[in-house]
Design a protein around this ligand. Structure first.
Ligand SMILES: [Zn+2]
Length: 134
């Protein structure tokens, strides 16, 4: 008989596997199976972590084009290399970003800014500060 270190039950020797054919394992066979199961909370945590990581990867992702985008609810036109990040910023600032869409994509940031200026000249709102790099 041997007391399992995990379930604390006194069990016959045949309930324990042998290590190196000599020593009885410290935990019984039924606990041995459980031991390698990932607990549900850890699984849930893992998924949460994965989605958090994905979101933050997207927030850092810079596109190889510069987008001129429109936020219809605010008649707002802006320029960005990371629309996901920019949208999340606008949301933080209290804007309704639903329906936000890309109007144009430019390889050159300067051309995108020129296009943005055209929209602003037409009366669209927008920050004319081109100091942010995202
Ligand atoms: Zn046990």
């Amino acid at each position: 008989m041997k007391v399992c270190k995990i379930c604390n039950e006194n069990k016959p020797d045949n309930q324990f596997s042998l290590i190196q054919k000599k020593y009885l394992n410290s935990w019984c066979m039924s606990c041995n199976g459980k031991k390698y199961d990932i607990p549900a909370w850890q699984k849930a945590n893992k998924e949460k972590q994965a989605s958090y990581n994905k979101k933050h990867r997207q927030l850092r992702q810079i596109t190889d084009y510069t987008a001129v985008y429109l936020i219809p609810e605010h008649n707002y036109v802006g320029v960005t290399n990371n629309l996901i990040n920019r949208k999340s910023w606008h949301k933080t600032m209290g804007k309704d970003i639903s329906g936000t869409k890309i109007l144009h994509k430019f390889k050159s940031r300067a051309k995108a800014l020129a296009k943005e200026a055209e929209y602003h000249a037409m009366g669209y709102a927008g920050a004319n500060l081109h100091i942010s790099s995202f």
